[in-house]
Design a protein. Structure first.
Length: 279
């Protein structure tokens, strides 16, 4: 961000950067939870820093048409503390963030501030310029809505990191080899497949596999994938071969994995995300 030149009575560029940079990762994660778009979250962080330079103000939120994945390197804590990493992963899991996009802005803000950042209801009331009673009521409605959506984080039984990576490697190999049978072995019975910006989605292994085989897999070599991670979940940067035999960026595929196998495949068909993830 190009910051304004220092003037009398204002902090200098170096002092401002040193004072605020330690909060950038946490602020980006917070904005991403609220918006569901890594691009919009980065823009909002930049806007917030610019506003903070001029005068402290509360950043505003906005809705996005499609949820986007976020690279772990940008939003996960730099600390090696396992508890901090687990807590961050739980708060940024795509299924949970996706469910938050169904909430009205106030309920979403209250949910993040209370259940993710653990601020007391009284402090949240001050932040949102409302009453403690209103905060408690909004939180109750938000929690009830999440239960209706059946996307609560607690429903996922996580495998160990090596198990999750093994599932990702097998998924990548199956896709690159156009091996529908191998993919079928990886999916749980009630697996879900969804791909933005398409409006269709599929549920159940017997439904997902025919769609993948007939419409997406192509032939061996159609796809190339590189392992990564998004929102604390295994993911792959996907490239598809064009008519000239050149691999072009396709997007990011994020897996929700359990001890039993892959529960959800969420494909984000946005080539720009590939560079966001460092490829």
């Amino acid at each position: 961000m190009a910051e304004p030149s220092a003037v009398p009575g204002e902090p200098d560029d170096v002092g401002f950067s040193q004072a605020t940079e330690p909060f950038r990762r946490e602020l980006l994660a917070h904005c991403y939870r609220m918006l569901g778009s890594i691009h919009d979250a980065e823009d909002l962080v930049q806007e917030t820093y610019l506003r903070a330079w001029r005068a402290p103000v509360e950043p505003a939120g906005a809705d996005v048409l499609w949820l986007e994945p976020a690279p772990d390197a940008l939003v996960m804590p730099g600390s090696a503390d396992p508890a901090a990493i687990v807590a961050a992963r739980a708060g940024l899991r795509l299924a949970l963030v996706a469910s938050w996009q169904h909430l009205p802005p106030k309920q979403r803000a209250v949910l993040v501030l209370r259940d993710v950042l653990a601020f007391p209801a009284t402090e949240v009331a001050v932040m949102l310029d409302t009453t403690t009673v209103s905060v408690k009521s909004a939180l109750q409605r938000a929690r009830a809505r999440l239960e209706e959506l059946a996307l609560a984080d607690g429903e996922i039984a996580e495998p160990t990191a090596p198990q999750a990576r093994a599932l990702l490697d097998r998924y990548i190999a199956a896709f690159e080899n156009a091996d529908a049978d191998a993919l079928e072995q990886l999916l749980v019975d009630d697996a879900t497949l969804e791909a933005t910006p398409l409006r269709t989605w599929f549920t159940g292994r017997t439904t997902c596999i025919p769609f993948l085989r007939d419409h997406l897999l192509g032939s061996p070599g159609t796809w190339r994938m590189l392992p990564t991670s998004a929102n604390g979940q295994p993911a792959a940067a996907a490239y598809v071969r064009d008519q000239d035999g050149i691999y072009r960026p396709y997007g990011i595929c994020v897996l929700t994995v359990t001890d039993a196998g892959i529960r959800r495949i969420t494909s984000f068909g946005d080539p720009g995300l590939v560079s966001v993830f460092g490829f």
